[in-house]
Design a protein around this ligand. Sequence first.
Ligand code: ZN
Length: 327
Amino acid sequence: MAFLGVDAPPGESTRRRVPIADLADGTPITVPVAIVRGVRDGPTVYLQAGLHGDEQTGIEICRRFLSELDPADIAGTVVVVPVANVPAHLSRTRGYLHEERWLVDINRIFPGSPGGLLTARIAHVLFTEFVMAADFTIDLHSALDGCDIVPFGYVDPDDDQGGSLALRERVATSLGTPYVWYKPRSGLIGTSDMTHSLGNQADAAGKPTVTIEMGESRRVTVSLVPLGVRAIHNAFKVLGVEEGEPVVPTPPRRFSTFSLVHASRGGGLRLFVDLGDEVSAGDVIGQVADVFGDPIEELRAPASGFVLRVMRLGAVNTGAETAWIAQ
Ligand SMILES: [Zn+2]
């Protein structure tokens, strides 16, 4: 079976860049595809990173993982697209900077469209050629531009309408990440509508996925790469691609919801908490100061929980999501 026309014989691996579109000067836009085919029968697992162009840690996890994956050691087929959204990767922005309609978030428009905008066409290729062709998809993400986030896997959705809850839960809780998010089936993540995310649309199509989140935006969070590589190996052990038991030092802490701490004023951001810190409802977790240094707003935790995501930018506008507190 080929993936976007790329295949590998049993016991071998193939790496290729497949052209799917053109830039204005004729430069091909490609999808980088690696196929690693085991000698034994097993599932087909699709691993991707770089759906968002401002996220780098997942890409480095894929690179490291691929470099140590030997076809002789696996059952089934591993398909890796380390940079799923090449135009956005090149412009280093969440969506492609030069898209016709300005920064389309590809993870809000799945399953894409073969006749739509460039980003919609890329979504369509990823969904039809890889997600639908695989038995299981693992999608690697990092924090939004300017932010940092704790490492966690998603059980998304946290119900069994698609019939794959037990498997998705087993994978997500075996990753070895310190947290796992049981995400209720709702359209929203923070303030963003997730109805057309890859995970939601794949679930509706009967295809199980697990999303893994770790690392700061824009740069590779080097300290987390080993955790990420181990998380993929752990997932592959659960899925039967690799042999052995997952390495999970401590069971992940589960959360199901989170509260957003918005800034009401614009200015310099001073956060007094960091990732993983425990806070109680009403705690002052930071302040906004005006350009002269005078505090103009106290930021308070709206609920008790731990700090899931923080803003790393030094300056914010009114409305900025300065922190997420998870419960
Ligand atoms: Zn992302």
